[in-house]
Ligand binder design. Structure first.
Ligand SMILES: Nc1nc2c(ncn2[C@@H]2O[C@H](COP(=O)(O)OP(=O)(O)OP(=O)(O)O)[C@@H](O)[C@H]2O)c(=O)[nH]1
Length: 478
């Protein structure tokens, strides 16, 4: 191996985590309209409500940008010093200390893969049926956790269906690449910075590249591997940006390919129980709606459990999704015990022969011990009905929080036994590289990524496509 500048890898591996130093904007979203909601005594009657439809709101995502070679280098607005994300992250509180990871595997037999163009039933007006009250059943653990100061939303936000306007071209990859344009632009600017006016892979170029890879949230291990691969193979040699991109893409793909895992429904579970958790506003309810649309489109019946009992608007939001997807929704009044509701929902699904139960949960910051305890309680309670449940415990992570996603994953792994990840809002941030850092740290299966608000924007995770979209590379091999 050629001789390199002394201390280069010492700086990379021996020093403190540079990335942590440059993450003033870590945290989670809080909505401006968050206000405490009144507490309602636990144990209200559950109701099973058939759906009605609402007019979807307009999509706000960028949909017509392409992350091709040219666009990759020309997009500068989000690159560099992290200021691009300040606006989206500045109101996110810092998290607390991480907790130890744990986890479990989920069985996998029937893949829920494809990305069918789903035609959701649409009607013009909400026509809520009178709730059918079902027996709330035993409250297996009587004392509910105190409701979190609730972050109500003005009104539920059903995912809009495409209605005119430019749509990303090129199918799934086109949507992914367009959605990830900000992340690929950040990396592209890093490459341009590292190799401007020089073609050789010098120490200076490597160090600049290293800084940009860390700033792009790829994390220390992946950054180290990329720099090592480049310096071992091409040190002091001429190299094109296309070649560097391919090395980046190759490293990202090889890190994430083992984690590519379609969400699977095991038909031997009746019902197959999917628990969905995450911090406030991560995209849990929206993801549940999209997931319900995909699963029902494959011919399985789904029951939704409105376990976010802290906010009336969250219950209503899930009901809208129930209406759109034709799935029954089990609800209880605001403030009721979510563990009891989940228990009831599984019993109801058993009685009705429903294939899949998806349990929504209230958003909770990972440092709110009492709320995390409430999530553990929910898991304990549903295991009284089915010791193998939840069969999938999905953690929904908002890509815009960057490195804070690592802390969230640590906490939810321990509390909710997270078995797989869904990363949302890749379209709204330059921090999509954090998925690589998550893969390195936790090795959790990645089921879906979200690149927009439409059903088809929740895509089965494809590591190779993700790597190419992130790096704007046509190939993932050097
Ligand atoms: N652009 C974009 N927006 C998304 C994506 N996923 C979810 N959203 C939006 O993010 C917002 C919050 O989503 P919710 O599903 O309400 O989040 P939540 O985790 O259920 O929120 P809480 O109930 O407050 O904890 C909504 O406006 C969604 O439409 C995505 O992949 N891309």
């Amino acid at each position: 191996m050629p001789e390199k500048k002394k201390g280069f890898f010492g700086r990379l591996f021996g020093g403190e985590n540079q990335h942590d130093k440059k993450a003033p904007d870590e945290g989670v979203h809080r909505r401006p309209d968050e206000t405490p909601s009144p507490s309602v005594p636990a144990g209200g009657a559950a109701s099973l409500q058939p759906g009605t439809n609402r007019e979807p709101h307009a999509a706000t995502v960028e949909e017509d940008s392409e992350a091709g070679e040219t666009g990759f280098l020309n997009q500068k607005e989000d690159f560099g010093d992290g200021k691009d994300d300040v606006g989206e992250d500045e109101d996110k509180p810092a998290s607390t200390e991480p907790v130890a990871a744990g986890g479990e595997e989920s069985p996998a037999e029937v893949p829920v893969t494809g990305d069918p163009e789903i035609d959701l039933p649409e009607t013009d007006d909400p026509l809520p049926e009178p709730p059918v009250v079902i027996n709330p059943g035993p409250d297996p653990e009587a004392v509910p956790a105190p409701p979190e100061p609730a972050p109500p939303k003005a009104r539920p936000e059903p995912t809009p269906q495409p209605k005119g306007g430019p749509q990303p071209k090129g199918g799934l990859f086109g949507r992914l690449a367009a959605g990830m344009a900000k992340s690929s632009a950040r990396l592209g600017e890093g490459l341009a910075d590292a190799f401007v006016q020089r073609r050789a892979l010098t120490d200076e170029a490597l160090e600049t590249l290293e800084d940009h890879l860390l700033a792009a949230d790829l994390g220390l291990p992946a950054t180290g591997r990329i720099i090592r691969t480049l310096s071992e193979s091409r040190y002091k040699q001429d190299i094109t940006m296309g070649e560097v991109r391919r090395v980046l893409a190759g490293e990202v793909a090889s890190t994430l390919t083992p984690l590519e895992a379609p969400l699977t429904i095991d038909p031997s579970h009746k019902p197959h129980v999917i628990l969905v958790a995450g911090v406030n506003g991560a995209g849990k309810t929206t993801t549940i709606g999209k997931l319900a649309a995909k699963i029902t489109a494959e011919g399985r019946s789904v029951l939704l459990a409105a376990g976010d009992t802290f906010r009336a608007a969250a219950i209503e939001q899930l009901q809208v999704w129930g209406e759109r997807t034709g799935c029954p929704v089990v609800t209880r009044p605001q403030g009721a015990d979510s563990a009891g509701l989940a228990y009831d929902a599984i019993e109801q699904a058993r009685r009705d022969g429903i294939d899949v139960v998806i349990i929504d949960t209230a958003g909770r910051l990972q440092n709110r011990t009492e709320l995390m305890d409430e999530l553990s309680k929910l898991v304990r309670v549903i295991r009284k009905l089915d010791p193998s449940a939840p069969h999938d415990s999905l953690l929904v992570l908002d890509a815009t929080v960057g490195q804070n996603a690592l802390r969230q994953a640590e906490a939810f792994l321990q509390t909710a036994g997270t078995t797989g990840l869904v990363m949302t809002k890749l379209d709204g941030t330059a921090r999509g590289g954090v998925l690589v850092a998550l893969g390195d740290r936790f090795g959790l299966p990645i089921h879906y990524v979200g690149v927009g608000e439409q059903v088809q924007d929740l895509q089965p995770f494809d590591a190779d496509a993700f790597a190419r979209a992130l790096t704007a590379s046509e190939k993932t091999a050097a």
